[in-house]
Design a protein around this ligand. Structure first.
Ligand SMILES: Cc1cc2nc3c(=O)[nH]c(=O)nc-3n(C[C@H](O)[C@H](O)[C@H](O)COP(=O)(O)O)c2cc1C
Length: 185
């Protein structure tokens, strides 16, 4: 396991009682090069170091990543005062590509979580102030529900604890082995 991943596992363990430590900021760029950033929930990490996120194919991030798969995840653990910035390449996965993965993620959601995918098209005008109607069946994976995998290619790690602070850059060398370079913070 790469050194940065051992660190991430430890950070997640140390903050296991803090739900907000399961959120990170995800940055993408659109076709004009304009950046977009939003919060998403960390749903896990695969054996080959891909962050798992669930989302909606009708969202802007899905379209942006379809055009340009480069993304950055920025994750701050306030309790341990650590920041991880993951340089990633995204793979968009709907039930067409991997029905098992997508239905597994859907089935893990609570009814309240599923509901958020059944309110209609995200980002479109809301017609009136009445409660939104849920359209669809909790037992059936909506076709717009998707999983996005973010393959981690580089890690900029900063730990604010200590004087001086500790910053490291992790990337793979030409043999595919993770190497770490300590940096001036
Ligand atoms: C705490 C929190 C967690 C969120 N988690 C997700 C998530 O896991 N997936 C997702 O698509 N959107 C999530 N959102 C909503 C996004 O931040 C964003 O508003 C939405 O996805 C639309 O973004 P887009 O138009 O840039 O695609 C979350 C928002 C908050 C505040």
């Amino acid at each position: 396991m790469p050194q940065w991943r051992q660190g991430l596992t430890k950070s997640l363990h140390q903050t296991r009682n803090m739900p907000e430590s399961r959120y990170f900021q995800l940055a993408t760029v659109d076709s004009d090069g304009v950046p977009h950033c939003r919060t998403v929930v960390f749903r896990g990490i695969t054996d080959d170091n891909q962050l798992i996120v669930i989302s909606d194919t009708r969202s802007e991030k899905f379209a942006q990543l379809g055009q340009k798969p480069n993304a950055q995840a920025c994750w701050y653990f306030s309790k341990t005062r650590e920041q991880y910035r993951f340089s990633c390449i995204a793979t968009l996965i709907t039930a067409v590509q991997d029905a098992d993965l997508v239905s597994h993620q859907w089935n893990k959601l609570s009814d309240a979580g599923k509901k958020q995918f059944l309110w209609g098209e995200p980002g479109t005008p809301r017609q009136d102030s009445s409660a939104l109607q849920v359209e669809g069946d909790f037992d059936q994976v909506p076709s717009h529900f998707c999983t996005i995998l973010f393959k981690i290619e580089g890690v900029d790690y900063l730990n604010l604890r200590g004087n001086p602070q500790n910053r490291e850059w992790h990337q793979k060398d030409e043999n595919g082995n993770w190497v770490c370079q300590s940096l001036i913070p």
